[in-house]
Design a protein around this ligand. Sequence first.
Ligand SMILES: *[C@@H]1O[C@H](CO)[C@@H](O)[C@H](O)[C@H]1NC(C)=O
Ligand SMILES: *[C@@H]1O[C@H](CO)[C@@H](O)[C@H](O)[C@H]1NC(C)=O
Ligand SMILES: *[C@@H]1O[C@H](CO)[C@@H](O)[C@H](O)[C@H]1NC(C)=O
Length: 264
Amino acid sequence: MTDVLREPSSQLTSAGTMVQTSMSRSQVALLGLGLLLMLLLYVGLPGPPEQTSWLWGDPNVTILAGLTPGNSPIFYREVLPLHRARRVEVVLLHGKAFNSHTWEQLGTLQLLAQRGYRAVALDLPGFGNSAPSKEASTEAGRAELLEQVLRDLEVQNAVLVSPSLSGHYALPFLMRGHHQLHGFVPIAPTSTQNYTREQFWAVKTPTLILYGELDRILARESLRQLRHLPNHSVVKLRDAGHACYLHKPQDFHLVLLAFLDHLP
Ligand SMILES: *[C@@H]1O[C@H](CO)[C@@H](O)[C@H](O)[C@H]1NC(C)=O
Ligand SMILES: *[C@@H]1O[C@H](CO)[C@@H](O)[C@H](O)[C@H]1NC(C)=O
Ligand SMILES: *[C@@H]1O[C@H](CO)[C@@H](O)[C@H](O)[C@H]1NC(C)=O
């Protein structure tokens, strides 16, 4: 097979070979120029490049960061509404491979501020800048931890966005503290199988169930349970996997804003 393929190339005219060589030389030259430009840009830039957001970036939005007080401090990033303030406040949790910085990189925090929402993204214990917490080892502990964070940050009208692993926190909180939630946005969360249909039925919180079309495991498993929430709508993002907000950020943002804008 290899021999057969090699044969015609050995028959190339010398002109053909020359073209090939000069092309690769100019490619090398271009590459070198590119690297030099990158180096110059890098040296000339004021801040570390990972702080620039690459979608929906808005220089007018200031992202605040801090730690909650107490024994198990939780790191958070926060934006305040830019113009007209909406009533509900958005609390963003994260999946296993992510942290609060994800919502800054995606531009979600900036966009929410532009649209008049206060938004807070948390690093769950043991992720990003939050230390692991002993409290987080029990179901009750995780619910209380979230409740404490909402108290510390004075979030009154929370809409909780919970992708994947963060269901570990969000579901226990939902079951105990749903009267404190103005909205719930589960994105293929874990832990839904831990609760009965009756428990879901008792939660009246307006819910937007979001998932990626290509997520065949956790999305379906969680949807089977979340369907028992009495006031829910379901949106499936096309061509998106488990982390559908990363694969289709613009669709995700549109659907999230439509839900938030219509909350009572
Ligand atoms: C930032 O704010 C200024 C003044 O309000 C406004 O003119 C400008 O369009 C804003 N920039 C963005 C990207 O929204
Ligand atoms: C699910 O239930 C089991 C058994 O009660 C418990 O050990 C586990 O911690 C629960 N998981 C979550 C996420 O609450
Ligand atoms: C259901 O949720 C929607 C928001 O998605 C809200 O406008 C409506 O009032 C809720 N219905 C009930 C019966 O709570």
